[in-house]
Design a protein around this ligand. Structure first.
Ligand SMILES: Cc1cc2nc3c(=O)[nH]c(=O)nc-3n(C[C@H](O)[C@H](O)[C@H](O)COP(=O)(O)OP(=O)(O)OC[C@H]3O[C@@H](n4cnc5c(N)ncnc54)[C@H](O)[C@@H]3O)c2cc1C
Length: 389
């Protein structure tokens, strides 16, 4: 049955996509966001081909590409020796997807784009923090900092610390890594200096670095250099000017060019909610699962969930399908892959490091293996599994 009353908690990228998808499918949508404006600190940007296909269905793709950067390749490097190990080319996915590349568009741009389209189509409330919710008969009662709401269904897309998940008493199973990740945003042009591409994974036995180019709000281009911290390194030390400049030096930035625009230090987890659904309430995106960002998979899988859930709530049959399909897919394609990606970068034992490099070279050199690796890394395989199920 169409035209249900759906309340989405959280206007991050996943909640705002869920809200837009539900509104476009004819539902009455309320979107509640605790903040007064969308958080624009540097977080996810890599958008995989199946996610681009969803954004196209939502009518967002042209603006999304215009506000970001198209990146067709990614590279693995050995950081200490400055050696390019292997390059993978999404062009090999030609024929498998209408978008054989990733687009690097910062996540706040997606949320803002969806919210702009929701105006007039949905009830969007900024500065409304959800405090608690509970099912009552055929609806869900949602208590917020500014009054109570009621809905047929609730989509909890309120991030890793999800109040919705906690209200439902759902366990967030998994673990937190001992080190933190530091993101340094700089205008230094790594492509010109190192000959790298727009997405690079640089392995290192003590410290690794991932280098990504994004467009920035002014579309003039920025680089994000992501590092692991030492386990015994305090936050103050990691964020100190001297340590940040030393880290830039270790990815070959000359001393005179080590200025930076922004720092972001955060804890990294691998966790999956024990349930993705309880009655009329569903968890989506980081509220349902969190992972290390290596490979750019977590947010993408959240958008896939939002899209699937909007369609499932429209069909309104076998609502258990959501958890039955999405939870194992997250474990297999996001948790397992991001843990493997992290291990590949941080391997310390010299012989095993070289073996991992050889494996990457062999995959890159063999057309069938190259494509198979990309089908998985791009989440096309996961999206196909979801459709088939
Ligand atoms: C610091 C940090 C850096 C990251 N960097 C990267 C990266 O470099 N690459 C990468 O791939 N991924 C990164 N991630 C992960 C990525 O940002 C997330 O996967 C993505 O944000 C998930 O989107 P979401 O919409 O599910 O959750 P969020 O983006 O967390 O959005 C949740 C929204 O819900 C709102 N909210 C929370 N509680 C309530 C409430 N009670 N009531 C109403 N609203 C509420 C929040 O204000 C927020 O707007 C990072 C995450 C963090 C925390």
């Amino acid at each position: 049955m169409r035209g249900r009353n759906i309340l989405v908690v959280g206007a991050g990228p996943v909640g705002s996509v869920a809200a837009l998808a539900c509104a476009q499918l004819g539902h009455r949508v309320t979107l509640l966001e605790a903040r007064e404006r969308i958080d624009d600190s540097p977080r996810a940007s890599t958008t995989q081909p199946p996610t681009l296909e969803i954004l196209a269905e939502l009518g967002l793709i042209d603006e999304y590409i215009r506000l970001g950067l198209v990146a067709q390749t990614f590279q693995f490097w050995d950081r200490p020796t400055r050696r390019l190990i292997a390059e993978f080319d999404f062009g090999r996915l030609q024929g498998e997807t209408a978008y054989p590349y990733v687009v690097q568009t910062e996540q706040h741009k997606l949320a803002n784009m969806c919210i702009a389209r929701l105006m007039g189509q949905a009830d969007v409330r900024m500065g409304f923090e959800v405090l608690h919710l509970e099912e009552a008969g055929n609806c869900v009662k949602v208590k917020t900092s500014k009054g109570e709401f009621s809905a047929d269904y609730v989509i909890g897309a309120d991030g890793g610390r999800s109040t919705v998940r906690k209200s439902l008493g759902i366990e967030f199973e998994g673990y937190t890594w001992p080190e933190r990740f530091l993101v340094i945003t700089t205008k230094f042009d790594f492509a010109a200096a190192l000959g790298c591409c727009a997405r690079n994974y640089m392995a290192g036995p003590e410290e690794w670095t991932n280098l990504f180019k994004v467009a920035g709000d002014d579309l003039k281009g920025r680089w994000r250099a992501v590092y692991n911290t030492r386990e015994d390194e305090s936050d103050e030390e990691a964020l100190s000017d001297a340590a940040v400049r030393a880290r830039l030096g270790r990815v070959y930035v000359p001393e005179s060019e080590r200025d930076y625009l922004h720092l972001n230090l955060y804890k990294v987890h691998q966790r999956v909610a024990k349930q993705f659904r309880k009655g009329r309430v569903f968890l989506c995106g980081d509220a349902a699962h969190v992972n290390n960002p290596i490979g750019g998979l977590g947010l993408n899988s959240g958008i896939h969930e939002a899209w699937d859930l909007a369609r499932l709530l429209t069909e309104e049959k076998d609502l258990d399908r959501y958890e039955r399909i999405r939870r194992p897919l997250n474990i297999e394609y996001v948790q397992e892959q991001t843990v493997a990606n992290k291990k590949r970068l941080e391997e310390r034992e010299p012989a095993r490091r070289e073996a991992r490099f050889d494996e990457l070279r062999r995959m890159a050199d063999d057309p069938a293996k190259h494509k198979a690796f990309l089908m998985r890394a791009s989440l096309i395989e996961s999206a196909r599994r979801a459709e088939a199920l």
